[in-house]
Design a binder for this molecule. Structure first.
Ligand SMILES: NC(=O)c1ccc[n+]([C@@H]2O[C@H](COP(=O)([O-])OP(=O)(O)OC[C@H]3O[C@@H](n4cnc5c(N)ncnc54)[C@H](O)[C@@H]3O)[C@@H](O)[C@H]2O)c1
Length: 173
C-alpha cells in the first residue's frame, strides 16, 4: 500500500492528480481549504473504485499541515508521496518590481529540501508548468487588464495552447 497527500485537491490539477494517483493504486489524502470541492474529489476517487480521505486545511498554516499529516498517519500509518500543489495567483508584476528577498526565499526553500533529504531516500522535485487550463488561469486576462502589464508573448507557452490538468497529473504520478 502506498499513500499520497495531494494539496489543492479540490480543483483542476490537484483533482486530476488525485484521480490518477488513485488509479495507479495510491490511497489519496486529499487536502483543500474548500471543503465542498475537496469532498467532491474524494467522491470521484471512490466512484472510480479508489480509497482515500479528505482533510480540510489551509496549507499556509502550520496547524493545517500538522492536521492533514496526522490524519494520514492515523489512518494509514505512512505517507509515501506529497504533491504540494495548492497555490494561488500572485498579482501580475514585472520581475524588476518583485521583492528579491522573497523571490530568493521561495526558491531556496525548494532547493534546500531537495539537497538535505536526498541521502535519506526522499526525492524533492518541482513541476513548473506554463499555462494550464484551470480556474486559476481564467482570472489572468482580468488581472492583466487591472495591472496594466500585458506581455507581447508568453514564452512558456510555446506549445501554442494551454496544457490540460491531466497532463500535469501524469507528470506528478
Ligand atoms: N494553471 C496554470 O496555468 C498554472 C501554471 C503554473 C503553475 N500552476 C500551479 O499549479 C497549482 C495548481 O493550480 P490550478 O491551476 O489547478 O489552481 P486552482 O486555483 O484551480 O486550484 C488550486 C486549489 O488549491 C486550493 N488552495 C489554494 N490555497 C490553499 C491553501 N492555502 N490551503 C489549502 N488549499 C488551498 C484551492 O482551494 C484550489 O482548490 C498551483 O500551485 C499553481 O500555482 C498553475
Amino acid at each position: 500500500m502506498q499513500v499520497a497527500v495531494v494539496t489543492g485537491a479540490g480543483s483542476a490539477i490537484g483533482r486530476a492528480a488525485s484521480l490518477r494517483l488513485s488509479e495507479t493504486g495510491f490511497k489519496v489524502v486529499a487536502v483543500d481549504f474548500n471543503a465542498a470541492t475537496g469532498e467532491e474529489t474524494l467522491r470521484l476517487i471512490r466512484e472510480q473504485g479508489g480509497e482515500g480521505l479528505f482533510v480540510q486545511a489551509d496549507v499556509s498554516k502550520e496547524a493545517g499541515v500538522e492536521r492533514y499529516v496526522k490524519a494520514a498517519m492515523d489512518t494509514y500509518g505512512r505517507i509515501d508521496a506529497f504533491f504540494n500543489n495548492a497555490g494561488v495567483l500572485q498579482k501580475f508584476t514585472l520581475l524588476e518590481n518583485l521583492d528579491i528577498s522573497e523571490f530568493d526565499r521561495i526558491l531556496n526553500v525548494t532547493k534546500a529540501a531537495a539537497i538535505e533529504y536526498v541521502k535519506k531516500g526522499v526525492r524533492v522535485n518541482a513541476i513548473c508548468p506554463g499555462g494550464v487550463d484551470t480556474a486559476l488561469t481564467q482570472e489572468v486576462p482580468a488581472m492583466m487588464q487591472e495591472s496594466g502589464y500585458v506581455p507581447e508573448e508568453f514564452p512558456n507557452m510555446r506549445i501554442g495552447r494551454f496544457a490540460d490538468p491531466t497532463e500535469l497529473a501524469e507528470m506528478a504520478v
